[in-house]
Ligand binder design. Structure first.
Ligand code: ADP
Length: 485
């Protein structure tokens, strides 16, 4: 039977280096907390720089052989891991809810979503292609082939503890790259469970190395600056992404950066309002609002603004809040108390500037990091909540009159990950989709994430794409061979 203590106990809480579980050389550990109660779930190994270097050594020595591994077999390892993830979905979902807080139903959804990246890249491993062409002068030939980038450093966030890992590991395995992965310190358990699943699926020793540490910056910087890793793939905040890009510059590492977002959600007078409210709930409340794709700002055209706000308020105030393991709970705790303070600060700033609270507007008293689902109206453009990532269950609404006005407001941000558009006018739909300065658009749809699609942002939301047919390219170099006949 699957119990809270059994799923935590089942995880090996050590470093995974060269195919072996090993404690930190210093013997140090750090605690993992349940954000719904604040209690310590367990301790995991706390890697130092030398442990990190040992992981990089292992990845570097496994690279040559792994690159020569038959693509079909690389794909089949991913496919077996996909099957294992689904077979163990219940226990992995509970583990994720315990360390991250999201309701069980969402954790189950994430395990399935995470597994899909393995299925997708299992299929992509055997489709790495090349070219053979006649040179313009007619005598030469142009041969083009793809090779793995090489040992890769992967850094993942706490909000999707499993899917952000599989989205990087999947294409790296398919492409033939070895890896050192560092999960977020808040949620290391899902990644440790995944490492064992991949080992059981036949991943050779040293291809995936996992280091958990309470000192992300201190341990990762020497690995980045070492020069033997050829690639860094990071998902996290824009602030940390900038630091990492600078560190990568020295040895000219390839980078993939999935950074912050500030998604606008546009509702036009001609929208299907039922669909818009439903989409708004998904875009806002998926993952308790703790997603880089979360709708951060709602711009609603005047003709439907009052009705949209009324219906959204009704839906938001009906949501049940509680520990993610409890039946029927749809709003779990935020990741830590700092997240609650940040949300409270943004709401206070908006109301001081004239915004009105329609529902919520405060933390839940008692233990755990809970904040009430909140709707604000009359939010002025200079409010911090319109400029900063909320990462919590707050929907700020601003009314607009014209399409140009809505687009100007939507694009008035340094971020450019995703935008949502609700309209039934096909010309407007395409016009607005093209003019939004974002890497992705949800057109009459509140969720865009899909392993088969290229996920990523423009402007300061990042570099590169994950998933889709381009996802594997992030881990491949193109080599051109000039042939004389
Ligand atoms: P968040 O604010 O959502 O926690 P972060 O960008 O701080 O996002 O964290 C995302 C990931 O980046 C985590 O795994 C974290 O440990 C790691 N991280 C944070 N700071 C650094 C750093 N200076 N160098 C390398 N990794 C870091």
């Amino acid at each position: 039977t699957v119990t809270e203590s059994s799923v935590v106990e089942a995880v090996t809480k050590e470093l995974f280096i060269g195919g072996k579980w090993t404690p930190a050389t210093s013997g140090a550990t750090f605690p993992v907390h349940d954000p719904a109660t604040g209690k310590v779930l367990c301790e995991v190994a706390d890697a130092s720089v030398s442990d990190g270097m040992a992981a990089l050594d292992a990845a570097v020595s496994a690279q040559k052989e792994w690159a020569a591994h038959p693509p079909r077999e690389r794909g089949e390892i991913l496919r077996r891991a996909y099957d294992a993830l689904l077979a163990r979905r219940e226990e992995l979902a509970l583990l994720m809810t315990l360390e991250m807080g999201k309701p069980l139903a969402e954790s189950r959804g994430e395990i399935a979503y995470a597994a899909e990246f393995f299925r997708w890249f299992a299929e992509e491993a055997v489709r790495i292609d090349g070219g053979y062409a006649v040179a313009p002068n007619g005598s030469g030939r142009l041969l083009v082939t793809k090779q793995p980038v090489g040992p890769s450093l992967l850094i993942t966030p706490w909000n999707f503890p499993m899917a952000m890992g599989t989205r990087k590991i999947g294409p790296a395995v398919a492409a033939g790259c070895t890896m050192v992965i560092k999960p977020a310190e808040q949620t290391p358990l899902s990644m440790l469970a995944l490492a064992q699943i991949l080992a059981d699926a036949g991943l050779p020793d040293g291809v995936l190395n996992v280091i958990t540490t309470s000192d992300a910056g201190g341990v990762m910087e020497p690995l980045i600056r070492d020069g033997r890793a050829r690639k860094l793939s990071f998902t996290g905040s824009t602030a940390v992404g900038r630091i990492l890009l600078e560190q990568c510059a020295d040895k000219v590492l390839r980078t993939s950066m999935e950074l912050g977002g500030n998604a606008p959600f546009l509702v036009f007078d001609d929208a299907d309002l039922d669909a818009a409210v439903e989409g708004a709930m998904q875009a806002k409340m998926r993952n308790i609002g703790e997603a880089c794709t979360a709708a951060n700002r709602f711009y609603v055209q005047r003709g439907v603004a009052d009705e949209f706000a009324r219906r959204l308020t009704e839906r938001m105030s009906a949501l049940s809040i509680g520990r993610g393991t409890e039946e029927g709970v749809v709003v779990g705790p935020l990741i830590d108390s700092a997240a609650v303070s940040k949300v409270a600060e943004l709401v206070a700033d908006a109301t001081e500037r004239g915004a009105e609270v329609l529902t919520g507007g405060e933390p839940v008293a008692g233990p755990g990091n809970f904040y009430r689902p909140t709707v604000l109206t009359g939010v002025p453009a200079d409010a911090r909540i319109c400029r900063e990532e909320i990462f919590g269950p707050v929907a700020p609404i601003t009314v607009f009159d014209t399409e140009d006005e809505a687009l100007a407001a939507a694009n008035d941000t340094e971020y450019g990950l995703v935008g949502y558009v609700y309209t039934n006018d096909v010309k407007r739909a395409l016009r607005v989709s093209e003019r939004l300065e974002t890497g992705m658009v949800g057109l009459n749809q509140g969720i865009v994430s899909n392993p088969a699609a290229p996920f990523g942002g423009v402007k300061q939301s990042g570099l590169g794409r994950e998933g889709g047919t381009v996802g594997i390219e992030e881990f491949l170099e193109t080599k051109y061979i000039a042939v004389s006949l």
